[in-house]
Design a protein around this ligand. Structure first.
Ligand SMILES: [Zn+2]
Length: 265
């Protein structure tokens, strides 16, 4: 029997920016404000806890001009997850806002796509533009986890547990993976950066950091195929996610929301 999961998004950072940074073809000549949020996610069943992505730290936020609201581990603690005890972490891809903070997860096994490690440590990183969203210390940190015995590599789609599977999408990075989670409302796709914003997919106008455009568009189709409906796709950076889903509790408004509950809008 597949397990059903409680599924959470935890907002940990934000960035004020304008619309031009969020689309391959800027849709608005006036370049109006369009901030993005940064999340980690968690899927929790009676048997398993999976943390999806680990976020950046204060030093990286400072260096890159992002606003860190709270350490991702504090957000996880607010929903009852002790990062220091977490055994399973899924890394969707190696961009600075999704991987790192290794010191906070000493017991974790990291689930990665082969293609992402090859991408982040291989010939494509000779291109300075491709390097920009990567932090070399995060990439080297993951290599250290390999040598520590704390990485499980996956090549394509994999079921990690009944009701939770990884899906290699590519597009944004070579080895980007999304996570399919069975919840009380059906199958939800944690898209991560397979879809940054609702509008990227709705207007077929992707976020402009792209390794392979064909794979990016194919990824939108994959998300739609694997999710129970459009409302079961959770984009990786859209502030609207915080508005559409209920907070875990009144105290956690604007901090942690439930994705296993139907969205209100
Ligand atoms: Zn991202």
């Amino acid at each position: 029997m597949p397990e059903t999961y409680a599924l959470y998004a935890i907002k940990y950072a934000t960035h004020d920016r304008t619309v031009a940074l969020n689309f391959l073809e800027p849709p608005d000549p006036h370049d109006t404000p369009m901030p993005i949020d940064y999340f980690v996610w968690a899927a929790v069943s009676a048997e398993h806890t999976f943390v999806i992505d680990t976020g950046f730290n204060a030093a990286t936020a400072e260096r890159r001009g992002r606003t860190l609201i709270r350490c991702p581990s504090e957000g996880l603690a607010a929903i009852g997850i002790d990062a220091a005890a977490v055994e399973s972490v899924i890394i969707t891809h190696f961009h600075y806002d999704h991987v790192g903070n290794f010191d906070l997860f000493p017991k974790a096994t990291y689930h990665l796509q082969d293609a992402e490690m090859a991408f982040a440590t291989g010939r494509h990183m000779c291109d300075p533009d491709t390097q920009v969203p990567f932090e070399v210390e995060d990439v080297v940190g993951m290599v250290r986890q390999v040598y520590n015995g704390q990485v499980r590599f996956h090549d394509g789609d994999t079921e990690l547990a009944p009701g939770l599977s990884l899906h290699h999408i590519g597009g944004h990075t070579a080895g980007l993976q999304a996570v399919r989670v069975l919840t009380a409302r059906g199958w939800v796709m944690v898209a991560s950066d397979a879809c940054h914003l609702y509008a990227n997919m709705e207007t077929h106008n992707p976020y402009p950091i792209i390794f392979d455009l064909d794979d990016m568009f194919a990824g939108y189709d994959t998300l739609k195929r694997l999710a129970d409906s459009h409302d079961h796709i959770v984009p990786g950076h859209d502030p609207q996610v915080m508005d559409r889903y209920p907070a875990v509790s009144d105290q956690l408004a604007n901090i942690a929301i439930r994705l296993d509950v139907e969205p209100s809008i």
